[in-house]
Design a protein around this ligand. Structure first.
Ligand code: DGL
Length: 269
């Protein structure tokens, strides 16, 4: 596999762009092929079987584009499908949960971490499992927040309705005296300001995207797959529905031109 090949990144929708942004900042020499499964979002309330099927289709699509590594920029797919699909493929694949758990475990001072995420991610207990492997004394409290992804997909990032939902979802976690809160869904960094307003300044907010980009860099170096270009602007974006809407949104998040976004019938893969 050539080190000039692109990196495949995917999510159920726009959330994975928060991970793409970090990759572009930390390893700007890489080109990216992004797939957002906008026709089938949200993933968070679907069964593990369905998420594995979706992930297999997207991995086939990305491999068809010649990617050299894949980043599962979706906590739900990282929690429910990554291990299965990784075992079926020879190319390097990383998710966002393990890197996020590592930062959270290293961030907490009082050993009490809260995690917000989709139903799939929270019910899998995967953040707790990874954190406990690092330090079994740390307590991890999870809260599923099913309404936050649709609010983000609707662009209601700083809206009274979103603020109220964040307040309700985080109340139990704050009552547990957490000092660290993991944004355990790649859509949530887009709500960072709102979440900050609600939880106050004392809580550390962990965005797994930063550590994910660092892990990706390590994986590329270890596999001798690092692209030596200084800056790469050859990125491509695909979605399963609503390419124009996606493009408008992507332009507001990414530090690069989003020249073209194409619709793909992912069910064909
Ligand atoms: N952004 C994804 C995640 O990190 C999925 C959200 C969803 O589709 O429910 O879990």
């Amino acid at each position: 596999m050539s080190s000039k090949a692109p990196i495949g990144v995917f999510d159920s929708g726009i959330g994975g762009l928060t991970v793409v942004k970090e990759i572009m900042n930390q390893i700007p020499g890489e080109s990216i092929i992004y797939f957002g499964d906008t026709a089938r979002v949200p993933y968070g309330s679907k069964s593990q079987e369905t998420i594995i099927t979706y992930t297999r289709q997207i991995v086939r699509f990305l491999k068809g584009k010649g990617v050299k590594a894949i980043v599962v920029a979706c906590n739900t797919a990282s929690a429910l499908a990554l291990e299965t699909v990784k075992a079926e493929n020879e190319l390097p694949m990383i998710g966002v949960v393990k890197p996020g758990a590592k930062v959270a475990a290293n961030t907490t001072s009082n050993g009490r971490i809260g995690v917000i995420g989709t139903e799939g991610t929270i019910h899998s207990g995967i953040y707790k499992d990874y954190v406990k492997k690092i330090d079994s004394r740390i307590e991890v409290y999870g809260k599923a927040c099913p309404l936050l992804v649709p609010l983000v997909e609707e662009g209601l990032l700083d809206d009274p309705v979103t603020r109220e939902m964040v307040r309700r979802y985080t109340k139990d976690l704050l009552d547990q005296n957490i000092d660290t809160l993991v944004l355990g869904c790649t859509h949530y960094p887009l709500l960072r300001k709102t979440i900050r307003k609600v939880v106050g300044d004392e809580i550390e907010l962990v965005n797994p995207a930063y550590e994910t980009a660092r892990s990706l860099k390590e994986v590329l170096i270890n596999n001798k797959l690092e692209n030596d270009e200084l800056i790469n602007e050859n990125h491509k974006f695909y979605v399963s529905d609503g390419a124009e809407k996606f493009k408008r949104f992507a332009k507001t998040i990414l530090p690069c031109e989003v020249i073209e976004t194409k619709d793909v019938n992912i069910e064909n893969y």
